[in-house]
Design a protein around this ligand. Structure first.
Ligand code: KG4
Ligand code: ZN
Length: 338
């Protein structure tokens, strides 16, 4: 069988990433995370695009070197067209076009949210590839969706957030607790040492398969303000329990909707993707669903959960097989559905 080499480029938010895939396998996956945003408690778009411009050449060079190939061996360039921050997307898009032009090989545009789902098709030992149809819950800093996946490129959003994304619920709450950005991984860390039943936070009431997280953030804020009035050291003294309780509430919200979606569609194959699927609590709760509800679950390898170019590369490969190439006049798009 022929070896197809694809270069994937991801630059939608604050990670500059490049990966080389050979058929369905990842040869390299280099990610340069932008530390600068920590100082501001969130991603600053202007600084993100500058950092991408600075990082993109070294990151791509390194990905090609680590894959042990030469640029001339590549068969196509796949890049994130959107959704994401416009200034960030423009860097990856322009670079991908130039390189495809220089090497005279096809250009392939990739939808970032589709890539979080199709990351499950990366071939790895010990990781099963889901069969169609399956449900995918994409949980990240920008999105919270339940998607019915009928085929690689036939996806239907059956539920989504009406306000904040779940990653924002983690990050904004962390900010209230005085933790640096991004706070999600830190909440996860402290939660593992705390009591999830210590402080009950209210679950939002949202219909159908939709989510809402802005109310939760507000109740976290009021709760902390009230407690700090009584005891200024409340957060420091109870950080583990606060994090455990918040994480417990968020996981319950997510699992409840998955249960509902599974019942409604009759589909028991469930995959997760996006940065929040790195969370140890959600991983555990999903696994428990195998026993409790007869689910078959698919949890991506850690490095393919948060933003990475390997997931862009696998979509590039799947589109390459269909000869689904992109015109050179393509433009980045901040908002796109499937
Ligand atoms: O997919 P991603 O890297 O970027 C977006 O497309 O948004 O997701 C980043 C989000 C952030 O909100 C971050 O706090 C969250 O994923 N995150 C976590 C964990 N690791 C990353 N949230 C909770 N627990 C984690 N272990
Ligand atoms: Zn993402």
């Amino acid at each position: 069988p022929q070896k197809i080499y694809i270069l994937g480029i991801e630059s939608s938010c604050d990670d500059t990433s490049a990966a080389v895939l050979c058929n369905g396998q990842v040869l390299s996956n280099v990610v340069a995370s932008q530390k600068i945003h920590e100082l501001y408690g969130g991603v600053v778009p202007e600084l993100a695009s500058r950092a991408h411009q600075q990082n993109i050449v070294p990151v791509i060079d390194q990905a090609i070197k680590q894959a042990n190939i030469k640029k001339e061996d590549l068969h196509a360039i796949a890049f994130t067209r959107g959704p994401g921050l416009m200034g960030s997307l423009l860097v990856g898009t322009s670079f991908a076009k130039s390189l495809a032009l220089a090497l005279d090989i096809p250009l392939i545009d990739v939808n970032h949210m589709q890539a979080h789902i199709l990351a499950h098709f990366i071939e790895e030992d010990e990781f099963d590839i889901p069969e169609f149809p399956f449900l995918a819950m994409t949980i990240s800093g920008g999105h919270t969706q339940i998607v019915k996946v009928n085929a690689h490129f036939d996806m239907e959003i059956i539920g989504e957030t009406i306000d904040d994304a779940v990653g924002e619920a983690f990050d904004k709450s962390a900010k209230i607790f005085g933790l640096p950005y991004p706070g999600g991984p830190l909440i996860d860390k402290y939660a593992q040492m705390g009591n999830p039943k210590a402080f009950p936070f209210p679950k939002p009431k949202v219909g159908e398969l939709n989510f809402s997280f802005s109310g939760l953030k507000t109740s976290v804020l009021y709760f902390v303000q009230k407690k700090v009035k009584e005891n200024p050291d409340f957060v420091a003294e109870n950080l583990n329990d606060i994090c455990a309780s918040l994480q417990y509430t968020i996981i319950n919200i997510l699992i409840d909707k998955l249960k509902k979606a599974s019942k409604q569609t009759g589909i028991k194959s469930i995959a997760i993707g996006g940065g929040v699927s790195a969370n140890s609590g959600i991983r555990k709760a999903l696994k428990e669903g195998e026993q409790k509800y007869g689910w078959k679950t698919f949890i991506p390898k850690f490095e393919y959960t948060t933003d990475n170019a390997a997931m862009i590369g696998i979509v590039g490969y799947l589109k390459y097989l269909k000869k689904d190439f992109t015109d050179m006049s393509v433009v980045a798009k901040a908002r796109i559905q499937f």
